[in-house]
Design a protein around this ligand. Sequence first.
Ligand code: ADP
Ligand code: ASP
Ligand code: MG
Length: 450
Amino acid sequence: MSNFNVAKFGGTSVANFEAMSRCAAIIESNPNTKLVVSSACSGVTNLLVELANGVQDQEHRSEILKQLAEIHDSILNQLNDPTQTASDVYSILDTVTSLAEAASIQASNKLTDHLVACGELMSTFILTQLMKERGINAVRFDIRDVLRTDNNFGKGEPEVETIAQLAQQSLVPLCHDYVVVTQGFIGSDEEGNTTTLGRGGSDYSAALIAEAVKAAGLEIWTDVPGIYTTDPRIAAKASPIPEISFSEASEMANFGAKILHPSTLVPALRHDIPVFVGSSKEPEKGGTWIRHKVESSPLFRALALRCNQTMVTLRSAKMFHAYGFLAKVFEILAKHKVSVDLITTSEISVSLTLDQTDTSGGAPQLPEAARLELEELCTVEVEHNLCLVALIGNNMSESKGYAKQVFGTLEDFNLRMICYGASPHNLCFLVHESVSKLAIQKLHTELFEG
Ligand code: ADP
Ligand code: ASP
Ligand code: MG
């Protein structure tokens, strides 16, 4: 194992010149940081996704392009020597302009990935130049030369062994001489097409890269000083967690805690790489260490919220005491590549939620063809605007009485699809979006602020 450290900076951490300068100071403070993974500047990916979904109105398209130029210009203008970097950034903006026009005629997942990747391609040009101007021996590296995925555009599946091989060939040698700055979120397939890992994917990229170069540590620098007992934007009294296990943090990420992309900890866990999460704005505040072994395993660790849930309810009297019904349902779903997240059943109905979406955003949809086939078996009801609330903890299935506390706190709420007891680490349910934050606040007060 090398002794080097991979540091990832999220969108708000590279939002402007001052923010990027703080990143550079963090990089300078640790001589072992040899690899820097950066997101696009804050807000850029959202604008690119809008373009990729196809903006017909030319004026509106120009307005978005102007906003993109302004975000980058404001940083370029503060560099000492912006000429080459500005020309690199502007050539990417030209690409964005033509791809946005193409998307307004016909959008596709492949085109979307090409387009949304431009955010990270631009931010890394700027961050590298800023670091050089501070005297850091920085070099920009195009991660598409290493981060191989399949061609599932919008949610590429990384090919871990190939990534490791390519990293050892071209990335590791570079890290001996330079501080390498590269892109999160993006990769490429075997044919060289640009792919992405899904929204928020830079965390996952950083972990994959850390695994591939056998890094000793991974730092995720964001806009909050660590992982909290719940999203501090929802519950003002949420408190930071100094140390958390991989399984607890994975559970949080899987259940929607935006602080980490759901797959982030998979590579880190495979190679037992300790992960640190901290704030690039306030590095002095410390943060959260995610480790294999931790001192405490409290019954309640955290609350997570994942919105944009799509619930599908299938009902049929034929299901009662019949066999093979669910097999048929899953056969249809598999045929249409519909991935299921949660599931609950009763005698005559089964409810399931659809897995989260890819880079193009929005709530996952049940494809029309799948719906039609399912309707030959049963009635199909699709509901949107739901959020999944998850309580994450330890040894929950062996503990008595806590469900009463949870459901008692939420007695006025309409809870759907309660999943309880299947996992020792969590209890979760759906609520309507309009009351989801209130549900988190009430639970947080009851379970974490006592
Ligand atoms: P970045 O751009 O750095 O990747 P994100 O916006 O993706 O940052 O993630 C950081 C945000 O995650 C925080 O601002 C916070 O609102 C949210 N968040 C959700 N759950 C938690 C949690 N349990 N602890 C801390 N932050 C959380
Ligand atoms: N820029 C990408 C996004 O906004 C990836 C990331 O920031 O993690 O989703
Ligand atoms: Mg993020």
